[in-house]
Design a protein around this ligand. Structure first.
Ligand SMILES: Nc1ncnc2c1ncn2[C@@H]1O[C@H](COP(=O)(O)OS(=O)(=O)O)[C@@H](OP(=O)(O)O)[C@H]1O
Length: 293
């Protein structure tokens, strides 16, 4: 583990957010004991993690679904590699739900042996860039950038939490046969949330009746999450993660083509060139524009 950077922790060539990384767990990550009914949400940052957390938590926990229990969504679907000391992963009752931004090659052995289910969410990387730029400037534990040009450099150098976005999705997809994994596209979830919930619950073999499906969908709408204190993570942001500024939130809701309002023509062309060189022949499609939705 290379601890020299204030913001980033280099673990086996992959960058984690230094301030919250669970270094004790990372030391034994490969052997972290996996149970057959463990479920992981895996994402590159800013790809829909907290959205998937909300969906999973309300699929699994009746008290969340029918709002009889007031628990922070994140507590039901905690990160594997973050929040050191907050939770003892080994003592959690089954089924355990996890979140992770780890790359495929750092997944514990048991996950590579298909002992757990993974839902991988991917998103149009131009919107990831814009979302990540604003988020990094808001969160105290991430390196702020002067402007989008400055952030683009860090993003394409992979000097951000999660390392290079293209390596993340490519790695997981190219090694998909090693895992029990479902790929979901953020933009398709926006287009048809109900079908996405059904696809996820069917992959997880969780039977939901009509009323349950309605409740999960309702809780996972942007409008509900934005104003639900358990789902919008405002308190976590304020007290655990730390804000640099009062502006911004986990849920800004950019439209699919929002990047057009933030990138210059030259920046967009540069993005396309890098995307082409890194993602040539990559079979999954990305949706760049509202018209493609
Ligand atoms: N319900 C719902 N519907 C549509 N979009 C949603 C929803 N919940 C979260 N989001 C959007 O997901 C973006 C945040 O991504 P992450 O949760 O992966 O961020 S993080 O990595 O956990 O920091 C962030 O995108 P931006 O708005 O573009 O910043 C959120 O708005």
């Amino acid at each position: 583990m290379d601890n020299t950077d204030t913001y980033l922790l280099n673990f086996k060539g992959y960058y984690l957010a230094h301030f919250t990384a669970n270094t004790d767990l990372l030391k034994n990550l490969d052997d972290f004991e996996i149970r057959d009914d463990d479920v992981f949400i895996v994402t590159y940052p800013k790809s829909g993690t907290i959205w998937a957390q909300q969906i999973l938590s309300s699929i699994y926990f009746e008290g969340h679904r029918n709002k009889t229990e007031m628990v922070e969504t994140l507590d039901g679907v905690p990160f594997l590699e973050y929040a050191a000391g907050k939770i003892d992963q080994l003592k959690r009752p089954s089924p355990r739900l996890f979140s992770s931004h780890l790359p495929y090659y750092l997944a514990p052995k048991g996950v590579k042996n298909k002992r757990a289910k993974i839902i991988y969410i991917y998103r149009n990387p131009k919107n990831i860039l814009v979302s990540y730029f604003h988020f990094s400037n808001m969160m105290a534990g991430l390196q702020a950038a002067d402007d989008i040009e400055d952030f683009m450099k860090m993003f394409f150098d992979g000097k951000v939490t999660g390392s290079l976005c293209f390596d993340h999705i490519r790695g997981w997809y190219e090694h998909r046969h090693d895992f029990n994994i479902l790929f979901m596209m953020y933009e398709e979830m926006r287009k048809d949330l109900r079908s996405s919930v059904l696809k996820i619950s069917s992959f997880l073999e969780r039977q939901l009746n009509e009323e349950d499906v309605e409740a999960v969908v309702k809780q996972a709408t942007f409008e509900n999450m934005k104003f639900d204190p358990q789902a919008n993570y405002e308190q976590i942001l304020k007290h655990d993660l730390g804000r640099r500024t009062d502006e911004g939130s986990f849920l800004a809701q950019r439209c699919v083509g929002d990047w057009k309002h933030h990138l210059t023509v030259e920046q967009n062309e540069r993005f396309d060139r890098i995307f082409q060189s890194k993602m040539k022949d990559f079979p999954l499609k990305f949706i760049w524009d509202l018209n493609e939705e």
